[in-house]
Design a protein around this ligand. Structure first.
Ligand code: AMP
Ligand code: MG
Length: 422
């Protein structure tokens, strides 16, 4: 089926030739992923790499710990002296964290602090709480039992120099920043952040802050898509509004195609007389990969490939549809193009019975609850129409209800897609 679509997408046929071909959700995702080219690699300051996808190995600069590390404040001395019955040790010197390593002399002890390197010739530690110091001599508590290597964190016991600490494909977390710094790296190779243009189309739309007429609608998709992208680690996003006007669309989209890697349009992809988006995109050399997916919400989604390999998502304007399509197709495409490790599918059990009769995959927004058995339960949250997005605020994501089924009893395990990646 996808081959047939690809043939139609060569540009020889007008955009609406594909309208009879409705892809399944799996086919649509596969087509999007196959069309999306990999983003190049860039080198960035390690401090700016949080949320970016690594494109290099991070290897241990040194053994960890890099020396035999003392784990207590106390004294260090030779085990052989203790075994021979010695309990009083003249204090030779003090060695704190970061101090050069001293050499212990026979029969003496060195005061050591947590984080210090074990002095040469010493192999035994007694915490400060277990000694009494009088006139420069430390005496160990009479009934305190010691063992040779206690309180010592041996060199290389966490990992060895050269060990693979982080691998390509890992999205850098704040914890990874600690690893990168501990490996001595100031810069890292990561996937380039794509330039993404988000375009809201529609004459009725008015941005927040501007005066509005009763028949007009506040523009909410653009800001929401922008925020969703940012929450997934993409930062070079800009939003703009274009009217339902062929010339305006053509002029602005031509510029966005020049400047961006990814275009995300909302609105203007249905069958209305002012739905010019597919035709204008086709005229600008964007070849259609598919138009329509057998899903609800979001059936009219259009997807194409620009003349410079840009990926172009033209989403239905209805807010719930637009957000579901973004999360379902755009976010995985960006992750794949960044080289991110695949995230394993996540499941939840339905908290109630659901009936869904149309022969479409249903993306049902849900709130997650966990039960005492440790299960994640998905509680459906009703959105009256795909334009009703107020209810979405209470949701954590949506579940996927298979196309070939209409009754989903409570407890059924279903795929879960969270709005925000974990
Ligand atoms: P369309 O897909 O252009 O037919 O739009 C479908 C519905 O979604 C219409 O009621 C639009 O007013 C609404 N809509 C389209 N774009 C947006 C947007 N950016 N923000 C909020 N609502 C929108
Ligand atoms: Mg519209």
């Amino acid at each position: 089926m996808f081959t047939a679509v690809a043939t139609l997408a060569t540009g020889r046929s007008p955009a609406n030739s594909v309208e009879k071909i409705v892809l399944t959700t799996a086919e649509a995702l596969k087509a999007v992923l196959a069309t999306t080219p990999a983003f190049p690699t860039v080198r960035v300051a390690a401090a700016d790499s949080t949320g970016r996808v690594l494109r290099q190995l991070i290897r241990a600069e040194r053994d960890q710990p890099p020396f035999d590390r003392v784990m207590m404040d106390g004294i260090a001395f030779a085990w052989a002296d203790y075994v021979s019955g010695q309990r009083r040790f003249p204090i030779q010197a003090m060695q704190a964290a970061g101090d050069a390593v001293l050499t212990l002399e026979n029969g003496q002890c060195i005061e050591i602090m947590t984080g210090a390197a074990m002095p040469a010739n010493a192999n035994c530690i007694v915490p400060v709480e277990r000694i009494t110091v009088t006139d420069g001599v430390a005496e160990i508590e009479a009934d305190y039992e010691i063992s040779k290597d206690r309180f010592l964190h041996p060199r290389g016991s966490d990992y060895a120099q050269g060990a693979y600490m982080l691998r390509p494909g890992k999205r850098v977390s704040p914890l990874d920043i600690a690893i990168i710094a501990s490996c001595g790296e100031t810069e890292v190779d990561v996937a380039a952040d794509p330039v993404i243009r988000i375009i809201s189309t529609g004459n009725e739309l008015v941005a927040a802050g501007a005066p509005i007429q009763p028949q007009q609608i506040r523009m909410s998709n653009g800001p929401a898509i922008l925020a969703l992208l940012e929450s997934h680690g993409y930062r070079r996003n800009e939003h703009e509004h274009i009217a339902d006007d062929v010339d305006a669309l053509r002029g602005r989209l031509a510029i966005h195609l020049q400047e961006a890697d990814v275009l995300v349009l909302s609105g203007g992809v249905s069958m209305g007389k002012a739905d010019y988006v597919p035709q204008v995109l086709t005229d600008l050399g964007v070849s259609v990969v598919f138009h329509k997916i057998s899903q609800k919400p979001g059936k009219p989604m259009w997807f194409g490939k620009g003349p410079g390999d840009q990926i172009v998502f033209a989403l239905p304007g209805n807010p719930v549809s637009a957000l579901v399509c973004c999360r379902q197709y755009l976010i995985p495409a960006l992750a794949k193009a960044s080289g991110a490790n695949e995230t394993p599918p996540e499941f939840a059990a339905l908290a109630t019975n659901i009936s869904f009769t149309p022969e479409l995959t249903c993306f049902q927004p849900v709130k997650l609850i966990s039960n005492a058995a440790g299960q994640t339960l998905a509680m459906p949250v009703q959105t009256n129409t795909s334009g009703d997005f107020a209810a979405l605020s209470a949701t954590d994501g949506y579940v996927e209800l298979a196309k070939d089924q209409s009754e989903f009893p409570s407890g059924t395990a279903v795929f879960l897609h969270r709005w925000i990646a974990r």
